[in-house]
Write a protein that binds this ligand. Structure first.
Ligand code: G3P
Length: 248
């Protein structure tokens, strides 16, 4: 696998400066100097992949209720920017296809997080995501990193498109992390900053995993984690972290 990990990944784009998981946010991350962005993918009622973090629409769009009950046509009628500020009114909830097209235009790399799908649709979601990425991701670019908290999503991704590297997302120091990571041949462990001690990161590196830490908005903390051995961090403020690392 041609996976070269970045030190800075724009979390949901540049979520402190633009509404998360919108094309505007990915453009902002690129404008701040990020070369990688992370975003979350779910499955619509009509089986299409769209980009949204929450299960429900309420927090980040003008819609209400579970997102997976809406068709893509319905999701596209929503405003995904007004809640963040007037300048972003009218921003749309992007599909995975629209997001890949923008990342291609901006030459950005990605960590695609497959969210847990409600009602046992993990495999259906992961299958749809991988089919779309295989179809749309430019052959000339390294493959994006596919991550999930859900092992079933990673297992399905591995079976459907083994050439895409996988990241096992966890919160806390789970006792079964190594067995789980091995079972899906993960390339990275994506761990939360509260549990990212120097000792544990050394253990993860020793076991052969890349280490990515979420979500790190304080530049000093990002610098410390990298000093301790993290390969990179997910941050809502990629510009500030890049500047602290001397890469701004
Ligand atoms: O992928 C890193 C981080 O985004 C994981 O947490 O809740 O933002 O999906 P969450």
């Amino acid at each position: 696998m041609d996976l070269k990990l970045p030190q800075v990944i724009g979390h949901r784009g540049a979520a402190l400066a633009a509404p998360e998981n919108t094309l505007e946010s990915f453009r902002e991350a690129a404008a701040q100097g990020a070369r990688w962005v992370e975003f979350d993918v779910g499955l619509s009622a009509d089986g299409q992949c769209f980009v949204l973090h929450d299960d429900t629409l309420d927090r980040t769009t003008s819609g209400k209720g579970p997102a997976h009950l809406k068709t893509v046509a319905e999701l596209k009628t929503l405003d995904a920017g007004f809640w963040f500020g007037k300048a972003f009114e009218g921003a749309k909830l992007p599909t995975l296809a629209e997001t890949v097209a923008l990342l291609t235009e901006l030459d950005l790399m990605a960590n695609v997080e497959i969210k847990g799908a409600p009602e046992g649709r993990h495999a259906e979601l992961a299958t749809a995501v991988m089919a779309e990425l295989r179809r749309l991701w430019p052959a000339s670019k390294p493959k994006p990193l596919i991550s999930s908290f859900e092992l079933e999503c990673l297992r399905t991704a591995q079976a459907a498109a083994p050439e895409f590297p996988r990241g096992y997302l966890i919160w806390g120091r789970q006792v079964d992390w190594l067995a789980n990571a091995r079972s899906v041949a993960a390339a990275t462990m994506n761990i939360d900053t509260d549990h990212a001690t120097q000792g544990w990161m050394a253990e993860l590196k020793q076991a052969g995993y890349g280490v990515l830490v979420y979500t790190v908005n304080a530049p000093e903390r990002a610098a410390r984690l990298i000093e301790w051995g993290a390969d990179g961090v997910f941050t809502d403020a990629p510009g500030a972290v890049l500047a602290r690392l001397g890469k701004g």
